[in-house]
Design a protein around this ligand. Structure first.
Ligand SMILES: NC(=O)C1=CN([C@@H]2O[C@H](COP(=O)(O)OP(=O)(O)OC[C@H]3O[C@@H](n4cnc5c(N)ncnc54)[C@H](OP(=O)(O)O)[C@@H]3O)[C@@H](O)[C@H]2O)C=CC1
Ligand SMILES: Nc1nc(=O)c2c([nH]1)NC[C@@H]1CN(c3ccc(C(=O)N[C@@H](CCC(=O)O)C(=O)O)cc3)C=[N+]21
Length: 294
């Protein structure tokens, strides 16, 4: 058996077209500002990709690049001015931040109505309470991908490997809200293979190349590979691999590729979240955590 390939781009396209149509109905062009601190090459490349995609679907995407040595106070001042700027609908601070900046202090400073990453505690709390909120892009993008390919979530056993604030935790909330039976595994989990083998829906978000091997997968399961790992390849060139070993395609029923799987969904969802944030700010939509503040 060879697993069905769940390609990201066709599903992302549906999400992007919907975002573009909604953007065109707004009184002003939705605007996203991505704040980047330092020059980590992966961050530079992701941020550029996100801003370019924004332009393609009729959003204004701006990159606010700050030097590595920027102080926490200066970064907070930038966020404060973006919070106050009515022309800015969405704010994303690219992670990771340099070690001298407290990530939580920064994420808490973003106006929850502009928090297109869904990392502010207000949005996190609303998500876990199963109320409308701005929702982290990778998990929300995965839910859209599953829906697009007609993969059932209600009632199934879902196992997530990884418990980060970026991916594992919010995905657990979304799957639970969609009536899956959810297990979250991590680096301290005893007997990981016996846990993952229970999964009808297995999500690998650990950042470990090839972690998920065929004997860890229930035959016919859907496997979502979130991992983006740059590894050295032949001829001194590096390439991207996921957390799922390629041989898993012989056991799984369906599998997302890397690249071209979850990554494009993340970018599309970011733009959809920006349009949603703009709708909230223009009072065209009443539901969403942002309505609870101020
Ligand atoms: N495709 C996309 O759009 C995106 C891809 N990514 C990629 O997804 C991966 C995960 O990202 P992120 O969540 O930010 O990573 P983090 O490093 O923040 O979290 C990794 C999680 O995986 C767990 N883990 C690590 N090693 C193992 C192991 N051997 N067995 C079981 N669990 C393990 C960790 O456990 P513990 O908590 O115990 O340390 C932790 O909970 C990365 O490769 C990242 O590049 C991230 C965001 C978006
Ligand atoms: N505040 C914040 N929000 C994030 O959502 C966030 C972040 N910080 N920091 C880093 C991670 C990582 N991330 C990715 C997004 C898109 C691709 C993506 O488009 N990947 C392409 C390949 C890109 C390439 O070739 O390099 C693909 O998988 O096909 C990957 C990774 C978002 N993250």
């Amino acid at each position: 058996m060879t697993a069905r390939v769940l390609a990201g781009p066709p599903a992302a396209e549906v999400l992007l077209q919907d975002a573009a149509a909604r953007a065109s109905r707004l009184p002003a062009q939705p605007s996203l500002v991505i704040v980047r601190v330092g020059d980590d090459p992966a961050s530079v490349s992701y941020v550029r990709g996100k801003a370019r995609k924004a332009g393609e679907v009729g959003l204004r995407g701006t990159v606010h690049a700050l030097p590595e040595a920027t102080s926490q106070a200066d970064l907070l001042a930038v966020i404060d001015s973006l919070n106050r700027d009515d022309d800015v609908n969405g704010i994303l601070v690219q992670l990771p931040l340099p070690a001298h900046i407290a990530e939580m202090a920064v994420l808490h400073a973003i106006d929850p109505r502009k928090d297109v990453d869904g990392f502010h505690p207000l949005n996190v709390g609303e998500l876990w309470a199963a109320r409308p909120a701005l929702t982290p892009c990778t998990p929300a993008g995965i839910m859209f991908l599953l829906k697009h390919y007609g993969i059932a979530v209600a009632g199934v056993r879902a196992v997530i490997v990884g418990r980060s604030h970026l991916v594992g935790r919010p995905l657990a909330a979304l799957l639970l809200n969609a009536d899956a039976t959810v297990t979250v595994a991590h680096s301290r989990t005893h007997g990981l293979p016996s846990v993952t083998r229970e999964a009808d829906l297995l999500i690998a978000a650990a950042g470990c190349p090839g972690l998920i091997t065929p004997e860890m997968v229930k035959p016919g399961a859907t496997v979502i590979d979130v991992g983006i790992n740059r590894v050295p390849g032949a001829g001194g060139r590096s390439h991207l691999v996921g957390d799922v070993h390629p041989d898993v395609s012989g056991v799984a029923g369906a599998l997302t590729p890397v690249p071209g799987g979850v990554g494009p969904m993340t970018v599309a969802q970011l733009l959809a979240n920006t349009v949603r944030a703009a709708e909230l700010q223009h009072h065209l939509r009443s539901e969403g955590a942002g309505e609870l503040v101020r």
